[in-house]
Design a protein around this ligand. Structure first.
Ligand code: SF4
Length: 103
């Protein structure tokens, strides 16, 4: 049996019968920047700075530690995030080792 099947079964038992509420799905806005700048969107105008690569990895580790196993990269446009030579591809390669699924 795959490890993730066991993990989800354990999650089901804990949440259904022990009433322990832990997240299993997490969304991560890796950047608010976006190349489309839609009129109705509140995100692309935010000027809050961005996390660097090490901070992004730290955030992924924190999400993993609290139980998240399904990760969704959000934005802004996640594909325009970068720091130096690090891009979303590097973040995804790290996320592959931590999460069962991501998009
Ligand atoms: S994040 Fe989505 S809604 Fe916002 S500007 Fe970009 S494409 Fe448009």
């Amino acid at each position: 049996m795959s490890f993730w099947v066991f993990y989800f079964f354990k999650y089901f038992i804990k949440s259904r019968f022990l009433n322990l509420k832990e997240p299993i799905l997490g969304g991560f806005k890796i950047t608010h920047r976006c190349n489309l700048k839609c009129y109705h969107c509140p995100f692309w105008e935010r000027d809050e700075g961005e996390l660097g690569y090490n901070q992004v990895i730290d955030m992924l580790n924190k999400m993993h530690n609290i139980g998240v196993r399904i990760l969704i990269f959000e934005g802004g446009e996640p594909f325009i995030w970068k720091e130096g030579d690090k891009t979303l591809i590097d973040v995804i390669n790290y996320a592959k080792r931590k999460f069962f699924s991501f998009q």
